[in-house]
Design a protein around this ligand. Sequence first.
Ligand code: GLU
Length: 506
Amino acid sequence: MLSNKRVRVRFAPSPTGGLHLGGVRTVLFNYLFARKNGGDFILRIEDTDQNRYVDGAEQYIADCLKWCGLNPDESPEKGGPFAPYRQSERKENYRQYAEQLVRDGYAYYAFDTTEELEAQRQQTPNFRYGHGNREGLRNSLNLPDSEVQELLSQNVPHVIRIKMPANETVSFNDMIRGIVSFDTNLVDDKVLLKADGMPTYHLAVVVDDYLMKISHAFRGEEWLPSAPVHILLWDYLGWKADMPEWVHLPLILKPDGNGKLSKRDGDRLGFPVYAMNWKDPKTGDVTKGFREMGYLPEAFINMLALLGWNDGTEQEIFTLDELIEKFSIERVSKAGAKFDFEKAKWFSHEYIMRADSKEVKTTILQILSDKGISVADDDFLVNVISLVKDRLTFLQDFWEQASFFFEQPKEYDLNAVKPKWNDDKTAFFREYISSLNGHGNSAPELEAAFKDLAQAKNIKVGELMLPLRVMLVGGKFGPGVFEIAALLGKEESISRIELALSAFTS
Ligand code: GLU
């Protein structure tokens, strides 16, 4: 049940690299939920971990959202009533809350140096800073007050850690999973504020969800183990009444269902896992994206919506508006969703078939220009797209399926033609060429003339169609052969038939 709080949801990525399709699905579910409930969708950049920060990743995330058409109402770029939306620019906000937790006995200063902690790790396998050992470590729980004050006034590097209670159960309601419980003994004393004064993710996410009045927190299931820390922080900071509803989304699994789908699986199995091409600024390596593969954004959204959600019917094709209307958290499944690339291809094909040829023209022009081809005749291009689009799985297949419209075949599938070639056929095609100017150039007219001539010459049409195709296209593929001839025009068709005749008869 929705409370009467205004719906405000956020996508809160850390800018550490390319955007995995699971991330885009989180964006999508946030977006659908916000739109459905007349709420706000916020993009907040969680960039407090300087070590993981990657140049260009924030812009990339913003571009992905734009490409998908899932535009936030508030974001670093757009601003909004709770700006700034980049955590690194909110640094001043966090320390006071960490200090408040220390004052109230829920957190403590820890002065252990990196070397000391390293030594502990060497000594104790699976060392975890927590209730079992914190008494023996260098922190404000053990050191005398005066020493703590002294260390603080000398600015001795320190962190603030949450004091996880021992032997307690932290429970909360997740809108997908129901009641989820954690044993606090299994959770370590996470750092909340780092020595550089920056908050860790745990503190920042809670403080900002509170300050930005987030009503529902959607995020991937991989964040579930962090939830007990967050729940306790909401409680310890005195904000429990304002805590968002939790919505941990199911994982997107490898095609065989064995574990979470990773970028490496994509590389291994030959499909993209990122929304758009991502170029690692350090290595220069490019990871392939759905966009560059020629996937339409509407298809991408539709495919993602069904990874872990369905509307309870067999319907698979949904517009964004339909998704907004039909989306409900109750119908998001608990179980992980297997990523099926064959299904992803099916969505792509369906959307390209349904796409308005004019709308995909820009992408097609780019594909052609990459091949060094510029097309001046807009109508011709739109007609070609309309003719071949139901043969494309991805827009990138356009060149393979339609290159012959833009250049003459470089070679012919002679095996398909030569064994049955004879002088009668040569004569037929010569006559066909000279008859072409005597009638119209529409596909039905061309077909009728072709068939009439075949009949007059007493040659089976079936034996002539394939050669005609090979003459115009180079091989045994493509849409209807008279449609192709009509689009190429008489002059070009004649020239191709002549060229091919010399190849067939040599
Ligand atoms: N900054 C976290 C991430 O990188 C966000 C997790 C959350 O939404 O709480 O995904």
